[in-house]
Design a protein around this ligand. Structure first.
Ligand code: ATP
Length: 257
């Protein structure tokens, strides 16, 4: 078991954004977290990455309780994420953006950086090489020297994934990776996430694109008003009465697209 969410609760003042949510993710799974707007999905990501403290409950990663750790410690343990809105460094090149993502695996201290020791140069070369490999992996091998802001939208989203992968996480959290993508970009994204899974990484994703979720995920949990209302395989979820109710009047047709 890679990740176990145990009775997670998060209150913002009087609002219960996540309420008594439990689920677990097996190694190598693509796990989808879905639900209508405001259901608590992003809050769940923020709890897993310790951007917010839990009100109560526990989060266990590889058998270790990681509740209450600092966000950088969560990254070091092997969990990395992308964000709903693109958060690249726009003026930096694609390669540099990925290199930044590797910093937490870097061993160079300040003194070594100032004097540019041999070991520091070797480490920089290693980071640059791996960043290049990651760009190629996400299909941006020819774009290393291009400023992030000059990449097409779908390319920027893939660059974000490359940057999140740069710290070699075991668990990759993707927050609405297909948001704003056209059909071709979404289909490329599907292939990319499958390729990531083949590499042995576990993926947890929030996504509103139902056809993509149903095609891509091994299992899905559904949140509504902060509570988990269902969990299962895509076909179980599509036929779950509570899920259909939750989506009624919004995206019911999409659920069966
Ligand atoms: N920092 C915060 N302070 C106060 N309330 C918050 C905060 N973050 C989220 N919320 C509230 O918690 C609830 C859940 O929000 P959250 O963003 O987790 O939902 P979501 O499922 O990700 O929605 P969407 O699909 O629209 O992104 C919402 O009512 C939201 O307004």
């Amino acid at each position: 078991m890679v990740l176990e969410i145990k009775k997670a609760c998060k209150n913002f003042g009087g609002l219960s954004a996540v309420s008594d949510v439990s689920f677990h993710i097996q190694k190598g799974e693509i796990f989808g977290l879905i639900g209508p707007n405001g259901a608590g999905k992003t809050t769940m990501f923020n709890l897993i990455t310790s951007m917010f403290p839990l009100t109560s409950g526990d989060i266990v990663f590889n058998g270790e309780n990681i509740s209450g750790r600092k966000p950088y410690q969560i990254t070091e343990k092997g969990i990395c994420r992308t964000f709903q809105n693109i958060r690249l460094f726009p003026k930096m090149t694609a390669l540099e953006n990925v290199m930044v993502g590797e910093h937490c695996r870097s061993h160079s201290g300040v003194l070594k950086s100032v004097f540019r020791t041999k070991s520091q140069r070797a480490e920089e070369d290693r980071i640059r090489k791996r960043a290049g490999e990651l760009l190629a992996f996400v299909g941006l091998g020819d774009y290393g020297d291009v400023a992030a802001e000059n990449l097409a939208y779908g390319q920027q989203r893939r660059l974000e994934i490359a940057r999140a992968m740069a710290s070699s996480p075991q668990l990759l959290l993707l927050d609405e990776p297909a948001a704003g993508m056209n059909e071709t970009e979404t289909s490329d994204l599907f292939q990319l996430i499958k390729k990531i899974q083949k590499q042995g990484m576990t993926v947890l994703l929030i996504e509103h694109d139902m056809p993509l979720v149903m095609k891509l995920c091994d299992r899905i949990a559904v949140l509504n008003f902060g509570k988990k209302i269902a969990e299962g395989t895509p076909s179980e979820i599509q036929n779950n009465h509570d899920v259909i109710e939750a989506y009624l009047g919004r995206e019911e047709e999409e659920l069966h697209a």
